[in-house]
Design a protein. Sequence first.
Length: 280
Amino acid sequence: MSGCNSDSSNPSGGSNPGSSAGSTTTGCNSCTITSETAVTVPANRSRTTIGVGEDVYLTVSPGPATWSVAGEGVFSSASGTSVTFRAGRNPGTVVITAVGSGCSCSITFTVIKPSATFMGRSPGYVLKHHNGRPDCGFYGQFFLRPDTVSFKNLEVREKNSRCTANGFYLPFNNCTHQPSTQTESAWFTMDDCIAGQGTPANLNDKIYSGYTGEPGPPFQPGTMTWPIDWEYRVWGGPATALPQFQQSHVVDGPGQCTTSKGGTSETTVLSDPTGAPWPD
């Protein structure tokens, strides 16, 4: 998100057999519900732990049947042999039951919410830096975790905040993270889950230290830190807060600059070549 002319940070803008769990009633020879997640990553599509808002394909045998759920979620249809179940906005346990052809069987899902975030470096971009200046930055890629479920049906946004700065960065003290006229960014959609990383947001976050114009070297050592708060929502519902993390920038006397945000840090020195992943 950007603010105080430092451009500190700114986001740019049918089923196959799967898991089964069944129970039968008197006079019913067999009844089975199979499930398969709509997304292909995570690879285990028969899993019964799913993310808030996640879609799952369900098929009952024998069918057709009437479907019901104890817990939060909706079906694409109240009856049929195959339906899609969409998990609700809140975590919890849901028990889905299919009744038909003299049978009744059920399957249980555990629905979880995002428990962590991670800001990785967007692949394919150089670091932001001007040769001879103590500045540094990178394009960030925001992830929701864990990576064992999909959060593709969520949206995320970043709240505005003010920094605490000293030394080299003192002119930026109390700067807003985004333009001062806004309280948060726009909502951003999510993409397919990436194994080992999580579900990424469809944005490139401009994470940059800015430059105060102080001559050097040597430079006055300094730090600048923002509290970073993100929120998510499911299917356009109310916003839910995610765990807070920090964005920080540190400059030392010789002019080494380190920029950090949400688990990733990048460093430049004065002699590094100029890099411009986005225009000044």
